[in-house]
Design a protein around this ligand. Structure first.
Ligand code: PMP
Ligand code: GLU
Length: 397
């Protein structure tokens, strides 16, 4: 009998978003007429100028190792973009480029966390936060939010959750899955508490370009030197430039923190892909107008979805102001039968809807919101129309 695997690793659950997306892609490849609202990735293609930069990089044999935290020119491009878009000033030595924002989050948690340290984040939360905190030896401390606080964490709620073991707060605005966008004042309130208690903030800004209703993005690190020193800012090119498969994300932090993270990465994975770095540099420095085209398309789809869904009985959507997800409360159906099957929870609902309705959704059980399922509207209007029609038929049971 072989020895058991690490206890920490055995406790890790597969990512629901990735799992559902794989299932959807498999069904699709088998010729099944399934519609996917699962994993959140823009359905747009990576812009041509970015693709060309990668082709040029290959042709120029830019195919060797780079500095493990990323090329100097890419890190400078990150600094320039952060300065322009987020009003925060960093130097290249404060930047680490990695394999997606996901890897940046993992690196940040790895270097902050001692065994048993508490990491606070709100529910609903992105599924990977919970697992990553456990994977890096921390204890997730989840603060429930609901309609009363607009699905937001308030300074009071944060302060109540803080203990002597608290190490960091993970903040995600615009949020996956709720689409919540924090105002400057709200972030200031949270920043004040973090400064008062000397707590790091891992600010996951990956959806910063996807904001609707005329709201504006605020980067928490821009709210003053004290909070900036405590912030590990996470961002990347996946969502803003339709580059999910290229796997480039970046983080910005105090120089000492960035150095430790860079050391960590130099042993864990070395540099992210050199060609993808060249593409990301073009994304950050080239024309930015494609983002607005995409943002507008998402806003239109969101409006269309909410309008159509508002006419469907017994379900209720959270109105998102950012990202590209809609959380739908389906708890009316819990304890009831559809197609002769009893629905006990959001997982049952999503499984049965995939089976009978041929629509792939993510149940929000793994997001700390067990009454909800999540639709990603980063898909065509046509798919949204058909998906909601299928929902109506499905709910007839
Ligand atoms: N943070 C959030 C909130 C996300 O939804 C995602 C999903 N892609 C990520 C980070 C990771 O993005 P990336 O593709 O850059 O790893
Ligand atoms: N972040 C996206 C999602 O939540 C992509 C999949 C993933 O990385 O989890 O669906």
């Amino acid at each position: 009998m072989s020895k058991p695997l690490s206890i920490l690793a055995q406790g890790v659950r597969a990512s629901t978003t990735i799992e559902i997306d794989s299932m959807y892609k498999k069904m699709k490849a088998e010729g099944i007429d399934v519609i996917g609202f699962g994993a959140g990735e823009p359905d747009f293609n990576t812009p041509d100028n970015i693709k060309l930069a990668a082709i040029v990089a290959i042709n120029n044999n830019f195919t060797k190792y780079t500095p493990s935290s990323g090329t100097l020119s890419l890190r400078q491009a990150v600094c320039d973009r952060l300065f322009e878009d987020c009003k925060v000033s960093y130097t290249p030595s404060q930047i680490v480029v990695s394999n997606g924002a996901k890897q940046c989050l993992y690196l940040a948690l790895s270097v902050l966390t001692n065994p048993g340290d508490e990491i606070i984040f709100q529910a609903p939360y992105w599924v990977s936060y919970y697992e990553m905190v456990k994977m890096t030896g921390g204890n997730p401390v989840i603060v429930e939010t609901g309609e009363e606080s607009g699905w937001k964490l308030t300074p009071e709620m944060l302060e109540t959750a803080i203990t002597p073991k608290t190490k960091a707060l993970i903040l995600n605005s615009p949020s996956n899955p709720s689409g919540v966008v924090y105002t400057k004042e709200e972030l200031q309130g949270l920043a004040d508490i973090c400064v008062k208690h000397d707590i790091y903030v891992i600010a996951d800004d990956i959806y910063y370009k996807l904001i609707y209703d005329g709201l504006e993005f605020t980067c928490i690190a821009s709210l003053g030197e004290e909070i900036k020193k405590l912030t590990i800012l996470i961002n990347g090119v996946s969502k803003s430039y339709a580059m999910t498969g290229w796997r480039i994300g970046y983080l910005a932090a105090e120089p000492e923190i960035a150095t430790v993270i860079g050391n960590f990465q130099s042993h864990a994975s070395s540099n992210p892909n050199s060609i993808a770095q060249a593409a990301a540099e073009e994304a950050l420095t080239g024309p930015q107008s494609g983002i607005e085209t995409m943002r507008r398309a998402f806003e239109g789809r969101r409006d269309y979805f909410l309008e159509k869904a508002s006419k469907i009985k017994n379900i209720k959507c959270i109105h998102p102001h950012g990202a590209f997800y809609i959380m739908m409360d389906v708890s009316y159906y819990f304890g009831k039968n559809l197609y002769g099957k009893r629905i006990e929870n959001a997982d049952d609902f999503a499984n049965l809807f995939l089976d009978k309705g041929l629509v792939a959704l993510v149940p929000c059980t793994g997001f700390g919101a067990p009454k909800h399922v999540r639709w990603s509207y980063a898909t065509s209007m046509e798919n949204i129309k058909t998906g909601l029609e299928r929902l109506e038929i499905f709910l007839e049971g």
